[in-house]
Design a binder for this molecule. Sequence first.
Ligand SMILES: Nc1ncnc2c1ncn2[C@@H]1O[C@H](COP(=O)(O)OP(=O)(O)OP(=O)(O)O)[C@@H](O)[C@H]1O
Length: 421
Amino acid sequence: MKWTDVKEIVDEVKPVLKATSDAVCLLDRYGNILYENPLYEIMLKRGNAEIVADAKDIYVDGKKAGRVVVYHDISEVNRLKRELERLNQKLRKVEARYTFKDIIGTDAAMQEAVNTAKTAAMTPATIMLRGESGTGKEIFANAIHNTSPRRNEKFVKINCSSIPDELLESELFGYREGAFTGAQRGGKKGLFQEADKGSLFLDEIGDVSPRMQVKILRALQEREIMPVGSTEEIPIDVRIICATNKPLEEMIEEGTFREDLYYRLNVFPIRIPPLRDRKEDIEELSMYLLNQYNDYYGRKVTSIDAGAIALLKKEKWPGNVRELQNVLSRALINLSEEEQRLSEEDIRSAINGEEMRPKRGMSCEIASDTVPENLGEAMAKMERACIRRAIEKNGGDKNKAAAQLGIPLRTLYYKCRKLDI
Ligand SMILES: Nc1ncnc2c1ncn2[C@@H]1O[C@H](COP(=O)(O)OP(=O)(O)OP(=O)(O)O)[C@@H](O)[C@H]1O
């Protein structure tokens, strides 16, 4: 075949190339354009599309006879990627919904924590919330932001332990276009920048790696951040609230937490007492939570028997208020819609009934002799129950719960989010 045969091929494939949704250009072996389809004109010559190109040589009888170049318009894919990223960022930005009125408890240590937090909220100082898992650190962080002069700006939250180290850096500080493979066009703003003029809540700060501790320290000292892949410093104006249930002082001794970062963060330390140390608050807290859950579960409970309260007070509550929430939720779920009272027996079975045993004619969650109508939902229920149990049994410590379940911590966080735990 001679090179003119490529022209013949062109004539044959023209109708197809006219109809394709990509821009196509056929060249002869010298690089001369033999054919451009109509989209080529629109996509390349008008020049406002985001394009990737694929080129392939055409061989005839083993000899290079020409070249076909296909241009894909990826503007829409990129627009969707940007939209997805924007929505993801929005999701991460927890709206500060709580105020100090939502923090229930008259216990002296709790009141002291609330009063310190109220005072600290009015200053620009960094606040360190200390307390076991489920004691209310996040609700405090919310309330502090909402009371502070920054309340009309953003409250941005990040859980430092649920994100792999490599990602944490780009999440916090952002990155410049082309910083790494997969980096999005135009780069990405980090959460320090997202929270500009507002508050950044660094949850589980005790779980940050030594490498990231240095970077966070630098950002706090210099009040500047440097996005990944950039050489340009960006000034930041962010109020930091951080929280941990880790023994930071011991970690300093062991050399796993930097002392200089500790002093930067520990400007206003606030200790939130565990529930077992404020059992007098259990009744008020339970009523408050029941009011919230009645609507959610479609129940009408207005009172809790004295025996039920006594039982709740006997518990050790290693998972703190979150665990109390779980027990009350289970008790409510097991009640019929008409019941208005939670009895001692209701609470006992909710405490012991981690298996989610059915009660009072309720349909069986996953009984051994029934076939679930929807396998996906049944599995989700089972997974939810197992994960809740593991978290509760480990006193709210998700690291330990993940280890017990034999899954990575990240998977546990993912499942908690997915299963609404
Ligand atoms: N004093 C309180 N009054 C009312 N609700 C509370 C109180 N403390 C905690 N809660 C509720 O208990 C749940 C757990 O609280 P929160 O998430 O703030 O705990 P945490 O200490 O941040 O836990 P973790 O360390 O596991 O992230 C939330 O739903 C919160 O609203």
